[in-house]
Each structure stands twice: as structure tokens, then as C-alpha cells.
Design a protein around this ligand. Structure first.
Ligand code: AHM
Ligand code: MG
Length: 322
């Protein structure tokens, strides 16, 4: 089986980018190891502090963030990093040519209950005339991403990756400490009968979203003419992994709990990297009104409404939203 590093060397003609992805993969092995130890390493529970978004940080959010920050800042080609757990971008090496954005531990509410979580990353080009702590350097649309991916920490640890030429997955063989390619050229089926949304927020959604989900629930006798199944893991990485495996639609739409916020999920290190993967795999990603990767970002922690997955189902959601 092909090793991640060999694959990257063959597949990607930018060796500096290969080094960044390889460093991410190596650091995620450490995170996977901490997760495996769980309570034995005293890493579960709250860090008893909040991040810039007012969310309570878990100990592992902080540990994963520190591991990624330390290892990426050692690479001369990394100019700066931005993270869900850092209020501001952090400058690394002035000569660097990449900006790395990440959600160090996505699905944090699953940590303490021993359910899947993940790390999401996005790599952008760095402008020569901007420093790594200049937020404006990061405010590039998702179309500019050079690479994007995630590592899913589940029964297996799996890295799923795109450098703009298809989507590939690599399973960590813990016996030899290597990621080995287990799927290539991943494709998302265009049609689906499976949806994922946090139904407890239903009363806060727009009427258009309420109408769409009501029609999903009405099954084969409803206007969509199909019996749908529902899943909700509460970790976007696991939901997207399921969709990249067997299709589906994942939604975290705008709701009126905090009307000023455009959604729960963050554009730069959650929605954009997942959108690049999904589009590379033949799926679609939308706010319900426009393609996520067309948004011109205004802040590194900006939120966005997310609808992504099987192309024909995303088209249906957009139709319900006029
Ligand atoms: P996090 O990055 O703070 O963990 O939050 C993002 C997560 C997503 O992984 C998941 O889809 C969503 O939040 C779950 O939200 P909810 O608590 O509404 O189920
Ligand atoms: Mg997250």
C-alpha cells in the first residue's frame, strides 16, 4: 500500500507543500495517541477557559492546538497559522509561503464520551508583502486553497486530503506508524436518501429550511418521493466522512438563536476546507444561496450557513430557498 509521503511526492509537484501536509499528518498521530489514552493521560474534561468565540475549551482543544502550533511553526515554509482556538493569527516564519488554518479538534463535545472527533485544515498561499499575523493575509476565498483535508479520529485514524486533484484517504497503520492509502479518487454519489441536521434547532430555522426538512420527513408519499434516513454525530468531520463514503447531505443552517451570526460553523477552517474536499469529490457546498467557496471572508472566525454533500440534494435545498 502506498505511504502518504510517497503518494504526496508523486502526486504534488510542490515539495514545500508536501512538507506541510506531512507535518500535519505527523502531528495528528500525536493527537490520535492522546485521544487513545483518554482518561489515562488526564486529558478529558474542560480546560476551564473560553476561546475567542465564547465557547468553553476542552483540555484536548488546547492540547491539540498547541501541538499543531508548535510543529507547524518549526517549518520555514509556514508564514503563519490561524486556529479556532487562537483569537488572532500567529506569525511563524517571515520567509514562509503558506498560511495554515485549522480547527485542532472538531466536535469537541464528543471527546468526553469517546465518540469520533477530528482535525480540519486548510492551506492558503501567503502574500510576500504581508506578515503572518496580519489577518488580512488570510482573508482569501476558499477557491485559493492549495490543499485541504481532515483527520478523523474514530475506530481508525484516517486522513482525507485534496491538493486540488481528487480526494484520497490514508488510514494510520498504528503497527508501523505510517498512513497508508486506502481509497483513491473518492466520489460522492449525486443522489442520496440520508440527511444530517441538528433537529433540535428546528424551531429557530427559516421557513424555507423548515419546509425542506418537513418534506424529507414526509418520505415516499411526500413531494421528494423518497424515504430518508437521518444521522447526527455532532462532529462535522465524521458527518463529512460518512458523505464521502456513501453520500448524504449535511446541514448547519442559519438560525435565529443569535440572529447576528450567519451560522454556527466557521468559514475559514471548517466550511472552506470541507467544501474543497466535497467539490473535488463531485459534491456541492452552499450557504443555501451561494457557493461557500465564493464568499469573500471578512474575518478569520467568520461563521457561515452550511449545506453540503450529494450534488442533486444540495440543488434541491437551494431551490427551497429560492
Ligand atoms: P466545535 O468546532 O466547537 O467542536 O463545533 C463544531 C461542531 C461540528 O463538528 C458539529 O457539526 C457541530 O458543531 C455540532 O453542533 P451541535 O452542538 O449543535 O450538535
Ligand atoms: Mg469545529
Amino acid at each position: 500500500m502506498l505511504r502518504l509521503r510517497s503518494f504526496l511526492q508523486q502526486h504534488c509537484n510542490d515539495q514545500d507543500l508536501v512538507d506541510v501536509i506531512d507535518q500535519l499528518a505527523v502531528t495528528c498521530k500525536d493527537i490520535a495517541h492522546q485521544l487513545t489514552l483518554g482518561d489515562l493521560a488526564g486529558i478529558l474534561g474542560s480546560a476551564e477557559q473560553e476561546n475567542v468565540q465564547g465557547e468553553c475549551q476542552k483540555k484536548l482543544d488546547v492540547i491539540a492546538n498547541d501541538l499543531l502550533k508548535q510543529s507547524l511553526s518549526q517549518l520555514p515554509v509556514v508564514k503563519g497559522i490561524a486556529s479556532e482556538e487562537e483569537p488572532l493569527p500567529v506569525a511563524c516564519n517571515q520567509e514562509g509561503k503558506y498560511l495554515v488554518l485549522f480547527d485542532p479538534l472538531d466536535g469537541s463535545s464528543n471527546i468526553d464520551i469517546n465518540v469520533s472527533v477530528g482535525t480540519i485544515f486548510s492551506i492558503l498561499p501567503a502574500a510576500a508583502d504581508k506578515s503572518g499575523d496580519d489577518e488580512s493575509a488570510y482573508l482569501q476565498s476558499g477557491r485559493n486553497q492549495l490543499a485541504a483535508g481532515y483527520v478523523l479520529y474514530g475506530p481508525s485514524t484516517i486522513m482525507v486530503l485534496t491538493t486540488g486533484n481528487g480526494v484520497y484517504s490514508f488510514t494510520l497503520d498504528t503497527r508501523q506508524g505510517e498512513y497508508l492509502m486506502t481509497r483513491d479518487n473518492i466520489q460522492v454519489p449525486a443522489d442520496t436518501k440520508e440527511f444530517a441536521i441538528n433537529m433540535s434547532n428546528q424551531r429557530f430555522w427559516l421557513e424555507n429550511m423548515k419546509n425542506y426538512v418537513a418534506d424529507l420527513l414526509s418520505g415516499e408519499t411526500g413531494p421528494l418521493g423518497k424515504r430518508y434516513n437521518m444521522r447526527w454525530v455532532a462532529a462535522m468531520v465524521a458527518e463529512i466522512h460518512r458523505i464521502l463514503t456513501r453520500g448524504g447531505i449535511f446541514m448547519y443552517p442559519w438560525d435565529n438563536r443569535e440572529p447576528a451570526k450567519p451560522g454556527k460553523l466557521r468559514l475559514m477552517y471548517e466550511a472552506n476546507p470541507m467544501s474543497m474536499l466535497m467539490v473535488q469529490a463531485g459534491g456541492k457546498c452552499s450557504t443555501a444561496h451561494e457557493a461557500i467557496m465564493d464568499i469573500q471572508p471578512e474575518g478569520i472566525h467568520q461563521r457561515v450557513s452550511v449545506v453540503m454533500g450529494s450534488a442533486n440534494e444540495v440543488d434541491i435545498v437551494e431551490k427551497y430557498h429560492g
